[in-house]
Design a protein around this ligand. Structure first.
Ligand code: MN
Length: 232
């Protein structure tokens, strides 16, 4: 007799550049409104504290470097937005991690898209409801391979861009984060016990906007190559 009443879902594993072993994903955290100019375009001053939400690990869609991945235009929206983000992958965690120790938890970095049903998210905000339907839907997290920090070094700045159909839409720098990566890790660890396998989408710069079926998105971060995704 099987131990489970149905076959348990597979572990979500992301390839690691330069390794045969995959990175097993546990929890996917996302930082909201973490670039001043993006906070402003969303109707805020840019001085509010960032905050957190989550996506399920199986909402990730892995896209290998040098290839193009597909995501399906999701149901119940007519305003699907891209948000290009640098993703931090944790190799260890803890509770109440001091800012000065936070970089020691980093296993590596990846390019990610925090796809958003902006119309549903807007309704949630208006009605004071949770954001799941706007943020945590199927295929809402296209992501590239993990680049280990051993190879990249600790990243605290670098250009982040996104083009749609060859036209630049987002173009900023990680040094414009309101909360730096170590500060985000430290703050998150005061709310949740972080563990190896956790991912943190660190927030998107200004220039978010809609995509429709047929559009191609190409996101880049300095030194991490590109993430190419088509909406079908
Ligand atoms: Mn985001």
């Amino acid at each position: 007799m099987s131990e489970y009443v149905f076959t348990p879902p597979a572990v979500v594993g992301l390839p690691v550049v330069g390794s045969q072993a995959k990175f097993a994903v546990r929890h996917v955290y996302c930082v909201g409104r973490n670039y001043v100019e993006h906070a402003k375009e969303m109707g805020f001053t840019g001085r509010e504290e960032p905050f957190f939400f989550s996506k399920p690990a199986d909402a990730l869609v892995y896209v290998a470097s040098g290839t193009q991945g597909d995501i399906h235009y999701p149901p119940k929206t007519s305003n699907l937005h891209y948000e290009m983000e640098l993703v931090v992958a944790l190799g260890k965690g803890g509770r109440d991690i001091p800012v000065e120790k936070a970089n020691e938890c980093i296993f590596g970095y990846a390019l990610g898209l925090d796809m958003t049903r902006r119309d549903l998210q807007g309704e949630c905000k208006k009605l004071g409801r949770p954001w799941e339907v706007g943020k945590a839907f199927d295929e809402s997290g296209p992501i590239g391979p993990i680049h280990p920090v051993d190879k990249t070094g600790v990243i605290d700045q670098g250009a982040i861009t996104l083009a749609v159909n060859g036209q630049m839409k987002q173009n900023s720098n990680l040094d414009k984060l309101i909360w730096s990566i170590p500060e985000s890790i430290s703050f998150l660890s005061s709310l949740f016990e972080l563990k190896a396998g956790d991912l943190i989408f660190t927030g998107t710069p200004e220039g978010v906007g809609p995509v429709v079926a047929g559009d191609q998105m190409v996101g880049t971060f300095d030194g991490l190559g590109e993430l190419k995704v088509r909406v079908v």
